[in-house]
Structure formats: C-alpha cells, structure tokens
Design a protein around this ligand. Structure first.
Ligand SMILES: Cc1cc2nc3c(=O)[nH]c(=O)nc-3n(C[C@H](O)[C@H](O)[C@H](O)COP(=O)(O)OP(=O)(O)OC[C@H]3O[C@@H](n4cnc5c(N)ncnc54)[C@H](O)[C@@H]3O)c2cc1C
Length: 631
C-alpha cells in the first residue's frame, strides 16, 4: 500500500459512482464546462472483455454486456458484479424458509439471499433487464407534495424524460411530432436510445403466438373494465410511456421498451464514453477507484474524497483483492455521491454522517447526526408463477444455448434480430389490486420465456438450461414497507454493510395489504394461464404448484419466496426533523458542498421500474447544480 500526497489533485465536481444517477450527472456537468472527476469502483465492461482474459467472467464479455437476452448472465458475471447477500427478515428461521437463502457461498459465510449489483462503468445499467418505463405522473406529484417543492411535480419532470430519451419505437409519431401534430411525451433526441424488440422468430412459433394472444384476450376480457383497457391499448398502441398512460396511470396491456441502441445495450457507460471523447479535458473517469471517505472541513463542508485505487477492492466482489494505493482528490465546488442504495449510505456513515450513537460504537467520530441515513430502505415485492410446456423447448428457443456463436446470437449480431434482441419479456399487464391505496395500478405481470423465481447463485444457468418454461413474473409496485435498513457492520470500507429489508413489516402494513396484493397477483397470473392450459399449450404449473391453493397457503408461499431488485430510499429527500437525509435540491442536511444523486433519494419507491426515475432525477440534479453554480 502506498499513499499519494494530499491536496495535489483538484477538480470542480467530484462524482462517486457511474450508474444511472452518477453517470448522468457527471456527463451533464462536464458538458457544461466544469472539470469533473468520476470515481468508479469497477472497471469498464469492454476492457474486461476477451476470451483469454485473466478476469473471471471476462470470457463472456462483451456479449453479456451487449446482448439483451444475456442480461441474467451479466448480473452474475464476476467481472462486473458485486454479490450482496441480504436479509429479507430479521428472524433466521424465516430467512431459512426461502429456497434462495444461502448460509454459505463460495466458501464464505453469507447468511442471506443474493442481491446482484453491478460494479463497473455504467453501474447497474450494465446488467439490468433494460426495461425503460417511466413513473406515472402521480408519483412525481406525490414527491412534490411531500417535499413541498413544486419543481418535482410531474408537469416539470416530464421534460427530463424527453431530455434523456431517444425513442425509436414509435417512428410514425416521431414524424408527426416534428410537424407538431402528435404529443406522446417521448424524447426523440436524448442520449438514451429506447427500442422495442419483437423477434421475428417468435412470430414463427405458432404455439407461443397463440399462447400470448390467448393471454392477452384473457387480460382484456376480464369481466370488469375490459372496455377501458381496450381503449388504453388503442390510444397508446401498447406503449407504457405514452403521455396518456403516464398522466392517467392507466391499467392495460403493454410492451416493454428497452434501453438498447440498434438492439445493443446502452446506458450511462455509453453516455460517459461519448462525453469523455467530446470533452476529454472536462471529464476524468477513474476506474477501479473505491471511495472510502468524504473529506469534510471543520464546517462540515465536503472538500474531497479519499479512495483506494486498485482492482476489486470491495469484498462483495467474488475475487476481492487487497493491493491498492490510498489517494485523495479535492473538489473546489462539490462532492456528489452516487454509489447506489447500499453504498451511498455506507459512504456517508464511514464519513461520520449518520446515526451518531451507532457510529460511536463502531469507533467512527460522528460529524453530522443524521439518524435517517440507511433507513427507509424500500423495494418492490416480486414473485414468479412458473409453468411448463409438454416439450423439451419452445420452438423459438430450440437453437438457444445462450453462448456466443449459437444461431440466435448470429441473428442478433447480423441484424439485431432473433430471440436475443429481446430481454425475454413478452406480454405485460398493469392492473390495480383490490388492496390499492392510492388509485394507481400496483401490479405489473410480465410473461417470460424462462423459469424465474428470483436471484440465487446460478439462477442464470437455470434459465439457459430450462427452455420449456413460461414464468409470470409479478411485481407489486407502490409497496408500503419502509422498515428496511442499511447499517455498517464495521468501519472497514471494504466490508459490505448489513442490508435488512424487513419484508412485510407489520408496523407499516398491519393489515398485510401488500401480501394480499401479491397473492392476488398470483391468482391473476393463474387466470392468464388458464386459456393456455385449456388449449393444451401449457402442461403443468411448477411454482407455486398445485398444492398451493388457499389464500393462507399462497400468503406463506409469498413470504417464503418473494424478492425485489429495485432497492431505494436510504438517503431520502425530506425534512431533517422528520428523519430524512436530503433537502429537495439533493444536499445532505447539516453539510455543505455535498449532494446525493442516485436511487437512494426517493422517499417512496416510484413507478414499476426505477432506472428511468433515477435518470430523470439525475438530469434534474444537473440542472439544479449548474443553476446554483451560476448564482
Ligand atoms: C438484476 C437487476 C435487473 C434490473 N433490471 C431493471 C430494469 O430492467 N429496469 C429498471 O428500471 N431497473 C432495473 N434494475 C434496477 C436499476 O438498474 C437500478 O436501480 C439502478 O441502476 C440504480 O442506479 P444508481 O445510480 O442508484 O446506482 P447503481 O446503478 O447501483 O450504480 C452505482 C455505481 O456506483 C459504484 N460505487 C458504489 N460505491 C462506490 C464507491 N464507494 N466508490 C466508487 N464507486 C462506487 C458502483 O460500482 C456502481 O457502478 C435492475 C436491477 C438489478 C439488480
């Protein structure tokens, strides 16, 4: 270990983390002419690529990164990943009921359920399932109300969607928009391209097409509200980001827009590389740099960051390393933390910003007593209903081995088509459960041509090996649970924090309405599958399985199997006196020159898929920071 002399490395803005939050804000600040240093703990997925690469997982790159259909492999690729193991419940006995629970993994004690995170240039935009669905207007209006800051209202946030997005899945409307006829709310000239994948091969698969058509009819033809749903479908053409859908938070049938550019993944990695090419003197991206502490002066003004330069420094990495150099970089203007929902609160606490009493116990000198840091951890609840067909594989997946060079890979490579141009999602239905509390649809049911029952080590292999399954993935949005928490285990910056979601905590949801809503989701998924059983396409339900029928049985099943992957809220915006961490302009209470811009900022979990909300909030953050700099 060596150290650089402090104080000789200075920039205007220092950003920690290159995901949808940090990548977006760093790019904007550099474009505005400021000198930005971006510290990212991981490497560049493309530089890690190579069949003979010594990096474990490198032999599957860049395909795991590029190919939409390979996203499960990206999320388990050791070259890109931080493998967190989290608690869904405080009680060990309940934790152990989950088949995804592991006491040990890879020779180490982990005591939890795998929660994949990407640590590389692009953050989780490098491995996520690419779904880009913006939150309904009501979520932004709610944030504006709760913070008393009107700049968060939907009418003001809509422009950030347009600023981010380069929509390429509604061509005709793009033309009509140019001559001022159509108003879809889409952005046509942003930096994140969105597309629709409709692999032609799936249309040749008669069984699959009729399966989806039957389910679509089942979804539309439910007794109540079928006309309303049909109207939404006709008006929006199945586009969940259409202005009319976001404004009315409509129920209905939708396709899933993906963040791809000519059917290759794009995210903040591409954004940052483009800006660094255009403004090499303004954007300095430093890879393999793990920030370990925010440097604060005597007035609690952030003046810089201390970091460890070296590969795989964090122990959530499968192959952690210890060789590193300790360095410091100073920020003339501000430090912006964007390490994500688990790491930003960790970094704040390591810097003495958090619950003072707990920090003292860990021998960390408290600088700002902010008990809300790490609290308010939220996620969605998800569950899978898995069906099997009576054949070894869906015809459209016959040639799929999920390896470079197989037939679908060649189709994707040649013209961006084939089954791998899709992330696997076929039909999507947004619906209101009987438990809905704010009038917004709270169930999102997606059919996937794969077995998917959540995250556990090796889950991506199971997807490749079982090509005759259909999963209805049920996602419960607008969950009530705020009881989750991220806390430090020690003052060692390389040790992952304790992540305790406290699912279905009775304090937040005494009537168990979230649990009941997920059970309703299972009933709905079973109804969607019924016509497919009737016409003999589906052979059997494997999960939860025929033995699980009563509501009580299903509730226990949900408790034992639910998972989530949109964690947020651990440095939420709100009043300091109410236990929140950030002012509505992203500043950390009790400090100066320090902001947070990532998924941790949301007091309530927004929309169905969170990445779009993070991109939009980060664009807003850039506007706020640039405006403040002009004052
Ligand atoms: C498997 C999976 C699939 C998903 N699919 C979707 C989807 O289809 N659609 C959707 O909307 N959302 C999806 N999500 C969620 C979404 O991708 C994330 O919520 C989003 O990326 C969060 O953005 P962020 O900026 O908060 O942080 P992140 O994306 O987590 O990025 C944080 C970055 O900061 C770096 N970092 C952390 N700590 C430090 C430090 N101390 N020093 C330096 N660098 C640091 C990390 O290495 C990482 O690169 C998915 C998530 C998972 C896990």
């Amino acid at each position: 270990m060596a150290s650089s002399p402090p104080g000789d490395d200075v920039c205007d803005y220092l950003v920690v983390g290159s995901g949808p939050g940090g990548g977006t804000v760093a790019a904007r600040l550099a474009e505005a002419g400021w000198h930005v240093v971006l510290l990212e703990a991981g490497g560049d997925p493309r530089e890690l690529a190579g069949r003979d690469a010594p990096v474990p997982g490198g032999n599957r790159l860049p395909d795991d990164y590029d190919v939409p259909g390979f996203h499960p492999f990206a999320s388990e690729n050791d070259a890109l990943s931080w493998h967190f193991f989290v608690h869904h419940y405080p009680q060990l006995a309940q934790r152990e009921r989950d088949p995804a629970y592991r006491a040990e993994w890879d020779g180490r004690k982990v005591d939890g359920v795998l929660y994949p995170r990407s640590s590389c240039l692009g953050g989780c935009s490098a491995h996520n399932a690419l779904i880009f669905i913006a939150p309904p207007d009501a979520d932004w209006d709610d944030l504006a109300r709760s913070t008393g800051d009107k700049s968060w209202c939907a009418a003001r946030m809509a422009r950030y969607l347009a600023q981010v997005e380069r929509c390429r899945h509604r061509w005709l409307w793009a033309l009509l928009a140019m001559i001022g006829i159509a108003r879809t709310g889409h952005g046509w000239r942003g930096w994140l391209q969105t597309e629709k994948a409709l692999p032609r091969e799936s249309l040749d698969d008669g069984e699959l097409v009729s399966a989806m058509a039957n389910s679509a009819l089942a979804a539309l033809g439910a007794k109540r509200g079928w006309w309303q749903r049909l109207k939404v479908l006709l008006r929006s053409f199945g586009d969940p980001n259409d202005r009319s859908v976001l404004a009315s938070a409509a129920e209905g049938l939708f396709y899933t827009p993906l963040s791809t550019r000519r059917h290759v993944r794009n995210g903040t990695r591409e954004r940052l590389c483009e800006v660094a090419d255009r403004h090499p003197h303004h954007l300095d991206i430093r890879l393999n740099c793990l920030a370990t502490r925010v440097l604060l002066d005597e007035n609690n003004r952030a003046t810089g960051v201390e970091y460890r330069e070296g590969v795989n420094q964090y122990r959530a990495h499968r192959h952690p390393e210890t060789q590193h150099e300790v360095r410091q970089v100073r920020a003339r203007r501000e430090v912006i933390l964007s390490g994500g929902t688990f790491n930003t609160p960790q970094l704040l606490m390591l810097s003495g910003i958090g619950p003072a009493e707990e920090l003292r116990h860990l021998d960390i000198g408290p600088r700002v007593d902010l008990p809300g840091v790490g609290r308010n951890l939220q996620d969605r609840y998800e569950i899978g209903v898995v069906n099997r067909i009576d054949a070894p594989t869906w015809p459209s997946l016959r040639d799929a081995t999920f390896e470079r060079g197989d037939k679908p890979w060649r189709q994707w490579k040649r013209w961006g088509g084939g089954m791998y141009s899709s992330n696997g999602a076929a039909l999507c239905v947004a619906a209101k459960s009987a438990q809905v509390h704010d009038g917004l649809p709270d169930l999102f049911v997606m059919s996937l041509l794969a077995p998917f029952t959540g995250y556990y080590p090796g889950y991506s292999r199971a997807i490749a090996e079982h090509r005759n399954r259909l999963t209805w993935a049920i996602l419960k949005a607008h969950t009530r649970n705020r009881a989750g928490r991220v806390s430090l285990r020690s003052k060692d910056p390389t040790e992952p924090p304790l992540i305790d979601f406290r699912y279905f905590d009775p304090a937040d949801d005494p009537a168990e309405r979230d649990l009941k809503a997920v059970v309703e989701g299972i009933h709905r998924a079973r109804r969607l599958a019924q016509p497919l059983f009737k016409c003999g396409i589906l052979a059997a339900e494997e999960v939860p399985g025929p033995a699980c029928q009563t509501d009580a049985e299903l509730e226990q099943f949900v408790r034992d199997h639910a998972w989530g992957h949109h964690a947020c809220g651990t440095c939420a915006i709100g009043a300091r006196d109410d236990g929140f961490v950030l002012a509505s302009d992203f500043r950390v209470h009790g400090t100066a020159g320090l902001r947070v811009v990532d998924a941790s900022i949301f007091p309530r979990i927004p929309g169905y898929f969170i990445a779009s909300a993070v991109y939009m909030a980060a664009e807003k953050a850039a506007d706020v920071i640039i405006a403040d700099a002009m004052d």
